[in-house]
Design a protein around this ligand. Structure first.
Ligand code: PAF
Length: 309
């Protein structure tokens, strides 16, 4: 056993556990069903701070009607054994009543960046994510919080919330962990049948085809189109979206027009302008982001591409 992990099931227990810690702290927020992707987050956190706090909470607010809140994999015992073996100082694993003693009256508005891509398909998702991230950051008050690049839009929104609300925390990203065959690790991969598991490789392959096209100097529109064509032709896969966006603002840079309501905020109100239409990335970097159904399972993936064309 590497370390003794204090497991807090309530805010009061958490406060007590945190009170016993000396030095800097890093937070890793999870919904449990821990895998190697979470391990990468915990490892990064351990390197960066004296203490690592992990939260395990399947947040009802970020699931829409008909989504997999009930079915979402839960195995607290296995998760705690996993974290005990890695060695973290504290785990906050509350019930929903502890996090939300009542339906919250004050809500975080994630703004226009939450209206596109994931937010277009899942309109209440990011409001729910930011609500719980804001709360757990307030409860733990870490110096640094780590989030995975796999949920790139979530990461960009959390960074934006921390900046816009002057939250005293540093947000750091951890690269996507992939299986040897390229499939991005996700707790939802456990839903895939053996055949679907193979079909799901098309997501990463389509992104790689797009990244290669970008390397060869193709235009942003062409980069997106070749990636989409690859995925459209893949058996067993139904595309939700495939887009080339600015990695920080999620504004489209592939000539697609986002039709999501609220995505066209006026620049005069200081919000992020999300109009699409082939605006060049100011970094020469783009993010190819995909969501697709493989059988009944919705998967997401993304890849940074270097734009030359
Ligand atoms: O990325 C996730 O697992 C969740 O969205 C998070 C950040 C733990 C909030 O519930």
């Amino acid at each position: 056993m590497v370390g003794v992990t204090k497991v807090a099931r309530t805010k009061a227990d958490l406060a007590e556990a945190l009170g016993a810690l000396k030095g800097t702290s890093a937070l890793v927020m999870t919904m449990g069903a821990l895998h190697e992707g979470h391990l990468a987050l915990v490892r990064a956190a351990k390197k960066a701070a004296d203490n690592v706090v992990v939260s395990i909470f399947v947040n009802p607010l970020q699931f829409g009607p008909g989504e997999d809140y009930e079915a979402y994999p839960r195995d607290l015992e296995a998760d705690l054994a996993f974290l005990e073996a890695v060695g973290v100082q504290a785990v906050y694993a509350p019930e929903a009543e502890d996090v939300y003693p009542r339906d919250p009256l004050v809500r975080i508005d994630p703004g226009p960046m939450a209206a596109v891509l994931e937010g277009k398909t899942r309109p209440t998702h990011f409001a729910g994510v930011l609500q719980v991230v804001h709360k757990v950051l307030n409860l733990v008050r870490p110096d640094i919080a780590f989030f995975g690049q796999k949920d790139a839009q979530q990461l960009a929104l959390i960074r934006t919330m921390a900046a816009d609300l002057d939250m005293p925390v540093e947000i750091r990203a951890v690269p996507i962990e992939r299986d040897v065959d390229g499939l991005a690790l996700s707790s939802r991969n456990s839903y895939l049948s053996p055949t679907e598991r193979i079909e799901a490789l098309a997501l990463n392959q389509a992104l790689a085809v797009g990244a290669d096209a970008a390397q060869r100097g193709l235009s942003p529109k062409e980069v997106r189109d070749v990636a989409e064509r690859h995925l459209r032709e893949a058996p067993g896969v139904k595309i939700d979206y495939l887009a080339l966006v600015d990695p920080e603002t999620f504004a489209a840079i592939d000539g697609q027009t986002f039709s999501a309501g609220g995505a066209e905020a006026s620049p005069s109100d200081g919000s992020v302008t999300m109009q699409a239409g082939g605006a060049p990335s100011k970094h020469g970097r783009g993010l190819l982001a995909v969501a697709a159904w493989v059988g009944p399972t919705r998967l997401i993936d993304n890849m940074e591409v270097e734009l030359r064309g």
